[in-house]
Design a protein around this ligand. Sequence first.
Ligand SMILES: [Zn+2]
Length: 193
Amino acid sequence: MRYSDVKRKLINLFEPSKLEGKLNDEWGFLSEFDKDIQTIGYATNLSVNVVDEAARNNVDLLLTHHNVWDFMYDLKEKCAELLKRHGIIHDWFHLPLDDADFGTSAFLANALGLQETQKANPEGIYMCSVIGKCEPSITGEYVLYSQLYAESVGINLLAGSHTNTEIFGVEQMVLRLVTNTDIKAIRIFEENY
Ligand SMILES: [Zn+2]
């Protein structure tokens, strides 16, 4: 399938209102040109290691949840240069994926069998978390403050890691793209803790 068709399909996974205006910073395309897409690689983060691993797996299109953040010195330029050198397209979807019915928070909540889930943690038009009936509180990033607060109110806190808890949303996005096509999907290994 041509990239232009994959891109159209990708964008159609989201409500148009969630991809508009200045909130564009929350999704985008770091490396983009039209080519035939045979293999899609996916990961939570964009990093030099992820691009190298994608290249080793002959990935044509790399999909991630996060782009490189601007404060990370020259890492974005390094990744862009590496993507270009390997001829890999890169697209990322951050808050629109957190908010999507099939995305980061919704998938995790369903997989854990949470009841009466409601969306929470608004960031502009995006709801980035869900609340449900569940004994422990589950978070991605370990933060000392959360640990101390959870301890003080008697909540069991599970720190699943930022990368591990968010990969399922990316995976759901990729599955929706490749189902009923001959495109291969590969999860790119990322070191994380
Ligand atoms: Zn994240």
